[in-house]
Write a protein that binds this ligand. Structure first.
Ligand code: SF4
Length: 649
C-alpha cells in the first residue's frame, strides 16, 4: 500500500513506534521555531535542564508578538532571547523583523523536513511541503536538546482541490470554506493533505494561507506536496537548493477525502466571534465598518498586501473607516516600500504599521467600543482584539480593502460593479524577494555568549510529584470552547509578565472570573471543570503553567484541544475526560475527590477513575494518556521527567 506524504515524512523521521493511527510515535525534529511570548520559558527550561547547545539543524528565535516597548520588561525579554540564541546556537530575529511564520517561510522552511514550534500556527510551512507541528514550549526545548518529539499518529485526510479560483475568490476563501464545512473542531487529530489539480494552481504564499489557518480547524498540521511552484518560490527567495520533490504515492490510502471545487468559491467572511462562523460576504453586506486591518501570519505577505494596495491606489479610504496595514515581515514592508506601494497606500489614507503580531493579540489598534473591525487575520475569538465586546470579522485582503473603500462590508464583485473601473488585482509573486537580512542574526554572527536576565525574568516554577490522593474544590465551571486567551490573557498588561509566572498567574482566568486567582490561592489549589474543546487557540504553555502555579491539580473537561492537553501533561495537571451528563451535574464549589490511589492508577495504566462529589454521588472520569504521559504526570511534568531520564542515561 502506498504512503501519504505525511506518512513518508514521519517514516523518514521515526525513532519510536509504528505509524498506526492513534499510536504514540517519537519523531526526530529538524527545525524548531519559537517566538517571544513562549520563547523566554523555552530558554529558561533549556537552562534548567542543563542543556548546552541546540541540536536541531535549525533553531530560530523570533521577536514578534510583543514588540512595543512600554517599559523595560519587553526589552529585557528580547535582550534575554538574543543572549539565549547566541549562547545556545539559534538564529535570532530582531523585534520588528516580522512574524515568526512569515520570516521562517522566507528563510528556513524546507520540503520534507519536520519542524516543531512553540506557536499554534507553526504548520504554516506545510505550504512548502514541510511537516510542521505546533507544540508547547517545553516540547520545543526538549526537541532542541536533540530528543524525539512524541505525538499520537494522526489520521491523514486528503483534501482534494479541483478547478481554479474564479475572480475575486482567494486562498483565504478556500480555508474559510473548510471552516464553514468542518467547524473549529473538524481537523482535530488529523493532518490535512491538500492534493489534486486545484492545489497545483495555487502559489506557495496562497498554500501557506491555507496551511496556516488549518490550525483554526484544530488540525495537527496541513501540508501540500511540492512541485514546480514550490521550486519557483524557493528560487525567488534565493533558496532553490532547499527544493526537493515530495508527495504522496499514487496509491496512497487516506482516512477520509474532502473535495473542494475552487471554481465554486466566492468571497467569504467569518462573522464574530469564531473563525467557523463563515458566510458569503453578500449575506452581510451593508454592515458599517470602522476599522480594517490587513496583515498577520495568514495574510501579511508582500503578495497578500499587493492586491489591497492596487485596489486603493488612486482612491481614498472611506472617511468613516480606518485602514491599517501591518505586513507580516520586514521583507514585505521593505519590498512594498521600494516598489512605491507604501506611498500609494499612504496617499489613499492607509496607516502603515510595524511588522508584528501586535493587533492580532490585542496589542495596539484595539477597535473602538461597539464597532466592527474587519481583519485578514486567522482568529476572531471574543476579546482577542483587546476589547471584551469586540465584533471582528475575518476575510481576504480583497474583501478588507473593498470594505475600507465603501465604509461597509461589500462583496468586491459588487464594489467593482458600483465603481465601474475596479478590477480583480489578481495574485502575483515578485520576480525576486530582495529584502535585507540585517535583522536576522545567524548563530555564527552571535553577539552574546552568556544569558542576560533582567529583574522581570524569574525561574521556571516546578510542580511536586503526584500524590496518592487528589482532592480539591471545583474552583471554576466553564463552558465549551474556552481558549488559551481566556486562561492566560495575551493583552499587553498581562503579557509583559510572560517570563515571570508568579505575576502572570495573577491574570489566570480573570476574563471569566476576576476573583479566580485570589480564590485559587486562598484555597491552596483545586480543580477546574469545562465543556468541550477546552484550551483551544494558542500553544501558550502559560495556560497550563499559571494554573499549575496556582495549585490546580486536574481539569475535568468533555474534551481538550490537542496542544493544551499536551501542555497539561507537561506541567503535571491531570486532564480528565467527563461525559456531558456529568458535566451538567457538577457545580462550581463542589469538592471532587478521586476515590482510589491516583498515583498508583496513573502509573499502572488505569483509564477510568471513580470520582466522588461532596461524598454524595460519584462519576467516572477517563484518563487518555500514553505511558510516557503517565510517567510525566507521576513525577510532576516534563521538566523533571526529562532531567530524570538524562540522569538515568
Ligand atoms: Fe502572531 Fe496572530 Fe499569527 Fe499568532 S496568529 S503568530 S499572534 S499574527
Amino acid at each position: 500500500m502506498g504512503q501519504t506524504l505525511t506518512e513518508k515524512i514521519l517514516d523518514d523521521h521515526l525513532v519510536e513506534g509504528e505509524l498506526e493511527t492513534g499510536e504514540e510515535i517519537g519523531i526526530e525534529i529538524d527545525q524548531v521555531l519559537t517566538q517571544d511570548t513562549t520563547g523566554t520559558m523555552v530558554w529558561l527550561q533549556f537552562e534548567a535542564m542543563g542543556l548546552d547547545e541546540v541540536q536541531t539543524e535549525i533553531a530560530a528565535q523570533y521577536c514578534d508578538h510583543q514588540t512595543y516597548q512600554f517599559d523595560f520588561k519587553n526589552t529585557d525579554d528580547h535582550r534575554f532571547l538574543r543572549s539565549a540564541a547566541g549562547t545556545y546556537g539559534a538564529h535570532f530575529s530582531r523585534p520588528g523583523n516580522g512574524i515568526c511564520h512569515n520570516v521562517h517561510k522566507e528563510n528556513f522552511a524546507a520540503p520534507g523536513k519536520t519542524m516543531l514550534g512553540s506557536d499554534s500556527h507553526t504548520p504554516t510551512p506545510g505550504g512548502l511541503g514541510e511537516l510542521a507541528i505546533g507544540a508547547g514550549g517545553i516540547d520545543v526545548t526538549v526537541a532542541m536538546g536533540g530528543a524525539p518529539y512524541y505525538i499520537e499518529m494522526p489520521e491523514v485526510v486528503n483534501v482534494r482541490l479541483e478547478g481554479e479560483l474564479p475572480e475575486w475568490a482567494t486562498a483565504k476563501d478556500v480555508i474559510l470554506e473548510m471552516l464553514r464545512r468542518l467547524s473549529v473542531k473538524g481537523g482535530v487529530g488529523k493532518v490535512l493533505e491538500y492534493t489534486g489539480p486545484g492545489a497545483e494552481t495555487l502559489s506557495v504564499p496562497e498554500r501557506t494561507t491555507i496551511t496556516n489557518m488549518g490550525t483554526e480547524l484544530g488540525a495537527t498540521s496541513s501540508i501540500f506536496p511540492t512541485d514546480e511552484k514550490t521550486r519557483d518560490y524557493l528560487a525567488r527567495q534565493g533558496r532553490e537548493d532547499d527544493f526537493v520533490e515530495v508527495g504522496p504515492d499514487e496509491d496512497a490510502e487516506y482516512a477520509d477525502e474532502i473535495v473542494v471545487d475552487l471554481s465554486d468559491l466566492e468571497p467569504l467572511i467569518a462573522e464574530p466571534s469564531m473563525p467557523d462562523n463563515v458566510v458569503p460576504v453578500r449575506e452581510v453586506e451593508g454592515v458599517e465598518v470602522s476599522q480594517v486591518m490587513i496583515g498577520s501570519c495568514t495574510n501579511g505577505g508582500y503578495e497578500d498586501i499587493l492586491p489591497a494596495a492596487k485596489m486603493v491606489e488612486g482612491r481614498e479610504i472611506n472617511k468613516k473607516t480606518e485602514m491599517i496595514v501591518a505586513p507580516g515581515s520586514k521583507q514585505a514592508s521593505e519590498m512594498l516600500a521600494r516598489d512605491g506601494w507604501v506611498a500609494e497606500m499612504m496617499a489613499a489614507g492607509v496607516n502603515f504599521s510595524e511588522a508584528t503580531c501586535g493587533a492580532c493579540i490585542g496589542i495596539g489598534h484595539v477597535p473602538a467600543s461597539d464597532s466592527v473591525s474587519l481583519r485578514t487575520f486567522n482568529r476572531n475569538f471574543e476579546g482577542r482584539s483587546g476589547i471584551d465586546d469586540d465584533s471582528v470579522y475575518l476575510c481576504s485582503p480583497e474583501v478588507a480593502a473593498a470594505a475600507a473603500l465603501k465604509g461597509e462590508i461589500i462583496d468586491p464583485r459588487d464594489l467593482a460593479d458600483e465603481l465601474g473601473d475596479l478590477e480583480d488585482p489578481g495574485f502575483e509573486l515578485p520576480d525576486e524577494y530582495d529584502g535585507s537580512k540585517a535583522d536576522l542574526i545567524a548563530p555564527d554572527e552571535a553577539v552574546d555568549d552568556e544569558l542576560v536576565k533582567g529583574p522581570n525574568i524569574k525561574d521556571v516554577p516546578l510542580k511536586d510529584e503526584l500524590d496518592a490522593e487528589l482532592s480539591g474544590e471545583n474552583l471554576l465551571k466553564m463552558e465549551d470552547n474556552i481558549t488559551t486567551d481566556h486562561i492566560t490573557p495575551a493583552n499587553a498588561d498581562a503579557l509583559m509578565y510572560r517570563s515571570n509566572i508568579p505575576e502572570y498567574a495573577k491574570f489566570t482566568l480573570t476574563r471569566i472570573d476576576e476573583t479566580f486567582p485570589e480564590r485559587a490561592e486562598a484555597a491552596d489549589g483545586g480543580v477546574l471543570v469545562a465543556g468541550e474543546n477546552y484550551g483551544q487557540g494558542s500553544s501558550r504553555e502559560h495556560a497550563a503553567m499559571c494554573p499549575m502555579y496556582l495549585g490546580i491539580d486536574a481539569v475535568f473537561a468533555q474534551s481538550f484541544a490537542r496542544i493544551h492537553k499536551a501542555n497539561l501533561f507537561n506541567f503535571g495537571i491531570v486532564p480528565f475526560i467527563i461525559d456531558e451528563d456529568t458535566y451538567a451535574k457538577i457545580d462550581q464549589g463542589d469538592e471532587l475527590t478521586v476515590v482510589d490511589d491516583i498515583r498508583g492508577g496513573v502509573e499502572s495504566g488505569e483509564e477510568e477513575f471513580t470520582v466522588s462529589v461532596n461524598g454524595d454521588w460519584e462519576f467516572t472520569a477517563t484518563l487518555d494518556a500514553s505511558e510516557r504521559e503517565r510517567d510525566m504526570l507521576a513525577v510532576g511534568g516534563k521538566l523533571p521527567w526529562t532531567k530524570q531520564r538524562a540522569q538515568d542515561g
